[in-house]
Design a protein around this ligand. Structure first.
Ligand SMILES: [Fe+2]
Length: 133
């Protein structure tokens, strides 16, 4: 399904961005942020896997297109707020666009999966925002 592959791409990008920050974080918050980013990229990997396998279960092909390029070092607070914004953006898209489309398409299995993904994004955004204060 085209929509699930679109979502898969977005989730993969966020997974890679979070993993990249895990490597490149610097500053006094290094120990806690290195760990927080690790927990979150691992959780995102599980979600990416579930979305890809949902696509396969529906008879499609799970597509991968990596477009992310991160070259410059970023301050810790910028990493936290950037990731929080990305999670909030994906959560908002799930609510306003992707879940309603899947509901319309009569696919409650994917709606259930994405509802769980949305909850994970809300939780990770909260953790990132709380850490950025
Ligand atoms: Fe590591």
């Amino acid at each position: 399904m085209k929509l699930l592959n679109t979502i898969l791409k977005e989730e993969l990008d966020l997974y890679l961005e979070t993993w990249n920050y895990h490597w490149n974080i610097e500053g006094p918050l290094f120990p806690s942020l290195h760990k927080l980013f690790e927990e979150q990229y691992e959780a995102l990997r599980e979600l990416v896997d579930e979305i890809a396998e949902r696509e396969r279960a529906l008879g499609g092909v799970a597509e991968t297109r990596v477009a992310l390029e991160i070259k410059k070092q970023r301050p810790a607070k910028e990493m936290l707020t950037t990731l929080a914004e990305r999670h909030e953006g994906l959560s908002a898209k799930m609510k306003s666009e992707w879940i309603p489309k899947l509901e319309k398409a009569g696919d409650p299995g994917s709606v259930d999966l994405l509802t769980r993904v949305l909850q994970e994004h809300d939780k990770m955004a909260w953790m990132l925002r709380a850490t950025a204060k």
